[in-house]
Design a protein around this ligand. Structure first.
Ligand SMILES: [Zn+2]
Ligand SMILES: [Zn+2]
Length: 313
């Protein structure tokens, strides 16, 4: 239990955490720039595209279906093998281990767009300046003002899950694997060090950069722009074009209305890749006790109970 206690007491505002935050934010950005530089001077190989696409889909699915719908919201129960892959792929996105991700996210749902929400775009003042500041804060600024989300309060169920805790403690191993695996496959695929470098930059660092902004975009854009078919307490919105890069996470108003659903689709035309994967996994028996939304059960929140917002999308 000593290690667990150390985790529980971790001061997330410590210098080490700040240094790690800078590393996982700026190193992928530098890798993306280097990959772009190589592409402009030497072109892009077929392997580079494949490694980017495969690793992007795996890691966004790991974040959205794994860390978000499964770990944070218990949208379904998963076979240990499915759990392993969802959590490790999600961790390869370098957005925090499963317990950190879930505690921060549950805090977001507890305080959505009110003081206490770690990444609301609506708490930075009014006017164009407040709007822009709020968007930047919700997108990535909040990462540099870490607030400790008490694990005993937000993830007491996950702390007791020894399998998940073990995966959490290996978080940095999963990040390293997510960068080194595409490099190793590139070496084998192209029989050249250049192929390994392309795998490192495109399937590894550049992919983390793109995944960062796709997931962060749900926090920033999907609380400001888009439609609100459900009158929820916060300012969550459905932003159709973001459904593609976020693989379904951008139906964010649907999600806030029905946080436990495994499938955000409530209209036939709403694209939710992660929801489709969940339904396939359910049919194969690899996940069970799957929760789905019942739009008939939704109770609109009176406007008097909604938080004051500085801007309207
Ligand atoms: Zn939200
Ligand atoms: Zn959620």
């Amino acid at each position: 239990m000593r290690n667990e206690a150390a985790y529980l007491a971790n001061p997330e505002g410590s210098r080490l955490i700040r240094a790690i935050t800078h590393l996982v934010v700026w190193l992928p950005a530098a890798g993306a720039l280097a990959g772009l530089g190589l592409a402009l001077t030497r072109g892009v190989s077929g392997y580079a595209w494949v490694s980017l696409l495969v690793m992007y889909v795996l890691t966004v699915t790991g974040v959205e279906l794994g860390l978000h719908r499964y770990v944070s919201h218990h949208a379904f129960r998963a076979h240990p093998v499915v759990e392993f892959f969802l959590v490790t792929f999600g961790s390869m996105a370098a957005q925090g281990g499963p317990l950190y991700w879930a505690s921060t996210h549950r805090r977001h749902h507890a305080f959505s767009d009110r003081p206490g929400d770690p990444h609301s775009p609506h708490l930075s003042g009014g006017g164009p300046r407040g709007c822009l500041t709020g968007m930047l804060h919700a997108h990535m600024g909040w990462l540099f003002q870490p607030v400790h989300s008490d694990w005993l309060r937000y993830v007491p169920d996950l702390i007791k899950d020894s399998r998940l805790f073990t995966l959490h403690r290996l978080y940095f191993l999963w990040i390293a694997l997510g960068v080194l695996l595409p490099a190793a496959v590139g070496l084998i695929w192209t029989q050249s060090l250049y192929g390994a470098l392309e795998g490192l930059l495109w399937g590894g660092l550049g992919r983390i950069f793109l995944v960062h902004h796709a997931v962060w975009g749900v926090n920033s854009l999907c609380h400001v722009f888009g439609s609100r078919p459900f009158a929820t307490r916060e300012q969550s919105r459905n932003l159709a074009w973001m459904a593609l890069p976020s693989l379904g996470g951008a139906w964010h108003n649907n999600h806030h209305a029905f946080p436990r659903t495994a499938d955000n689709r409530l209209r036939w035309w709403q694209f939710d890749f992660c929801g489709m994967v969940a339904r396939i996994l359910e049919r194969t028996g690899l996940i069970r006790d799957v929760h789905y939304a019942d739009p008939e059960s939704f109770v609109a929140v009176p406007s008097s109970q909604k938080p004051p917002v500085a801007m309207e999308g």
